[in-house]
Design a protein around this ligand. Structure first.
Ligand code: RIB
Ligand code: CA
Length: 308
């Protein structure tokens, strides 16, 4: 099967970083570029962090384009309390040798879509959907160049992580999420209902820790940071590994259980802000909602791909 032409848009971010390690070690994915967005931490840091992870992954060939430094309409509210001030937990971070591109991510995404064949490009969205939303809002004609979008975001009732019912990526930029979900491009949304079952338990973390090499060492450091924070806050065995679920869904669609669903987003201030609402009666919807992702399958992928 031909490698999937993929653009990864992310806000690294501890779990984004693990997702990048997995994606950049997977030959099934032809990663055309990494584009970054402000989210977990500010835009300068997410851009630096993406370069740093591409370097650890040994992928100097993958360009990194810095993107939006704030949501489409709202002020940025970051999640540094989860990811640490650097955005990469306690992973040592230096000055990357992977150089940040001069072009803005939004401009680069637009030109990539213009140059693409119909239905050619796949997007993995791991943070607030600001960059792609700007492009599709300004140039809706480019939607036809997208094969599909697989995104981490959303939560079922009572399963939010930023408010009771809202998930961070959608809540941070609900207007962008609305644009992308309404764009007419096929979107598979992987929400907290699924990702909260994908935990880096002590046993799974130990499995990664036993793998030699810089990539596995970095991944272990990231997982252990997330696990300590999660244990302190929730007394659980292992932090949920949100963003790698998107990459796993691309690599192994058989790991995913999903239902067609119309998905709308609360975009006004108040209790409904950033809340994803599902209409499960739309069996022919272009948007799908992931109800389950096989955690063991994801960690099998991670262990396999991080091995030297
Ligand atoms: O709610 C989890 C999502 O928000 C993940 O993408 C995490 O990296 C943060 O961006
Ligand atoms: Ca993220």
């Amino acid at each position: 099967m031909n490698p999937i032409p993929l653009i990864i848009d992310c806000d690294p971010g501890v779990d984004d970083a693990v997702a990048l390690l997995l994606a950049l070690a997977s030959p099934e994915l032809d990663v055309q570029a990494i584009t970054t967005v402000a989210g977990n931490v500010g835009g300068d840091l997410t851009a630096r962090n993406a370069c740093w992870m591409a370097q650890i992954a040994g992928r100097h060939d993958v360009p990194v384009y810095p993107g939006a430094t704030r949501p489409m309409r709202r002020e940025l509210v970051d999640a540094a309390y989860v990811h640490g001030p650097s955005g990469l937990g306690d992973l040592p971070v230096g000055v990357p040798t992977v150089r940040l591109q001069d072009a803005h991510a939004i401009d680069w995404i637009e030109q990539a879509l213009r140059a693409a064949e119909p239905g050619e490009l796949t997007f993995a969205l791991l943070g607030p959907m600001t960059n792609l939303a700007h492009v599709l809002q300004a140039h809706p004609d480019l939607t036809g160049k997208i094969d599909r979008i697989v995104a981490m975001g959303g939560a079922g009732p009572g399963k939010g992580n930023i408010t009771g019912n809202a998930e961070y990526n959608i809540w941070a930029d609900p207007d962008a999420a609305e644009v992308v979900l309404d764009s007419g491009a096929p979107v598979l949304l992987i929400g907290l209902d699924a990702t909260h079952e994908v935990r880096s338990t002590a046993a799974r973390t130990a499995r990664i820790a036993a793998i030699p090499g810089e990539r596995a060492r970095a991944c272990t450091t990231l997982l252990e940071f997330a696990n300590r924070l999660d244990a302190d806050q929730h007394r659980r065995d292992g932090a949920p590994l949100h963003d790698p679920c998107v990459i796993a869904a691309l690599l192994r669609p058989d790991l995913v259980t999903a239902v067609p669903a119309g998905i709308t987003v609360g975009t006004v201030d108040g209790a409904d802000l950033g809340v994803t609402h599902l209409d499960l009666t739309l069996s022919d919807s272009l948007t799908g909602w992931v109800t389950h992702l096989d955690a063991d399958g994801l960690f099998d992928l991670l262990a396999d791909r991080l091995a030297p």
